[in-house]
Design a protein around this ligand. Sequence first.
Ligand SMILES: Cc1cc2nc3c(=O)[nH]c(=O)nc-3n(C[C@H](O)[C@H](O)[C@H](O)COP(=O)(O)OP(=O)(O)OC[C@H]3O[C@@H](n4cnc5c(N)ncnc54)[C@H](O)[C@@H]3O)c2cc1C
Length: 587
Amino acid sequence: MKKTLTAIKKAITGAVPGLEPDLRLDGRGILTLSGGCESWNQVVDAGHAAAKIEGVKNVVNKLTVKGAAPPRPDYDAVCALGREAGVIAEADVLIIGAGISGCGIARELAKYDLRILVAEKGDDAGAGATKSNNGNIHPGHAVKPGTLKARLNVEGNRMYTQWARELGFELQRSGAMGFVTNYALVPALRVAYNTAMQNGVDGVELVDGARARELEPGLNRSEAGRKAVAALWLPSMGLVEPYKVAVALAENAAANGVRFMFNCAVGDILREDGRARGAVTSRGLIRARLVINCAGVYADDISAMAGDECFTIHPRKGVIAILDKARRPEYDSLCEHITFEDVKRAMKKQETKGGGMCRTPEWNILMGPSAVEIPDKEDLSTSPEELAYSMGRGEGPAPYGDIIRFFAGNRPADYSEDFVIEMSPVTHGFVNVAAIQSPGLAAAPAIARMVEGIVGEASAAEGSPLKKKADWQPLLQKKREFRNLTREEQDGLIKENPAYGRVICRCESITEGEILEVLKSPVVPASVDAVKRRTRAGMGRCQGGFCQPRVVELMARELGISWPDVVLKGPGSNILIKENREDGESA
Ligand SMILES: Cc1cc2nc3c(=O)[nH]c(=O)nc-3n(C[C@H](O)[C@H](O)[C@H](O)COP(=O)(O)OP(=O)(O)OC[C@H]3O[C@@H](n4cnc5c(N)ncnc54)[C@H](O)[C@@H]3O)c2cc1C
């Protein structure tokens, strides 16, 4: 222990000269740091330096910048609401957070005879990091070998084929290629190849320039592509719309009996005799035999509420710019199979890696993300510098005029820079599924499978082994997207239901029928933004300028609420102030 503490002190002073924090290392290898720093980067650097020392399993980083602790949600207010409402539900399993992790686990456990409830503070499935990522089903070549992330990334990538088939979402196996135009960079490419081989990435090849151009003829159409001397070819790279995956998982889980509660924030964990017994939420108390923490950037707070403070999440912001898909022809040659990657940079400092240029399955080009450490988990601001960084991530800078929107997402990173997935050794019945930073989307199916194992073992140990349901239904019907149907199919659909003949979003050709379909979903979206993400109504060039009032009207009608009660995103974001005409139209 003494030797480890000396090594930690040395590592911290090496990373942040002059810093001498208070250290506490417990028998489990959890190191708690406290004291004051000059900047947020120092806080993060000290945490990373300490986490690298042998004997340190993870770091609880309580270092602050000149006495100012990072902002925190008002959990006391949540608890006051919840305790006043009393017990509102009983479940066998309570999942906190309906991101890709929570929804994947809910769907996996829905196979069993269990009462499952998902509490989500946002207004739809996928409201956290899951809605703001690149949608890359990474092959697993850029993850440190030997980590849990590496194993679950490669397994999850493979499992996506089955998820897509069963759940009807679009998975495009685009493949990815990282190439170099300079022989001096070939060794870096070889390091990436070796990493991919160690991780067991499917189909990876290290090829010369000629073979690269054969595999990706688009290279011949760009100057850099013509100069490529070697490339890493990763055919297993996939592309999805992440939000749609989360919603499909939630809908299938709901069809198999899982209950989702949106606008339901957890403020505390109920505990009795050293085990988790449920949670206090903003809507009331939920009692449960098992609690699974999938709360993204807040997973450290939830774990601390359960009495197991064993890691700290330090949010790492990424800004992504979305380009107009009308410009596809200009980017066609660059992005069909390729995500550009500065291989040298990627290998240099894996934990702060940003992204390059890629596309969505719908052919919007995504530039970025950036990667910046920030103290505030709610900070989704976008600065000109971050945007400039992301816009410069392609082969040449992309024109700003092509941007239709830019946004930020926060990666939930811990200091071990690995996933934390385990039954708490301190609080029985409490499972952490935390620090699910990139490639968390790619790894999601394997994460769900791993948690199924943890729950199965715990249930068996308690004498009540999991029982499969006889009527579990793994299939979800594919959603009809009017714009992607043939003329004949469109005519047939309009005859069947005239609502498909009324176009609500002109930019994206989204019909009333499609919007009504999501409003009748077993997991109803609770905001205009959620409807936008599910249908694409409002995602085009005009960004909802024309269709938003129609969406508000449809939501009010279908959900049986007044127009002013319809929110843009979350409580308090009402779009209209009041109804001021007797015929029901709103001001
Ligand atoms: C910019 C960016 C790009 C990325 N690109 C990729 C990529 O291309 N491929 C890839 O594999 N990964 C990518 N990632 C990582 C990926 O997005 C995450 O790993 C993944 O979304 C994590 O999912 P999650 O369900 O664990 O967390 P989240 O999606 O964040 O879900 C956590 C949920 O918990 C809820 N919650 C939090 N606190 C509470 C509470 N107190 N009570 C109730 N609910 C609560 C939140 O509202 C949220 O919905 C990217 C991430 C970012 C930020």
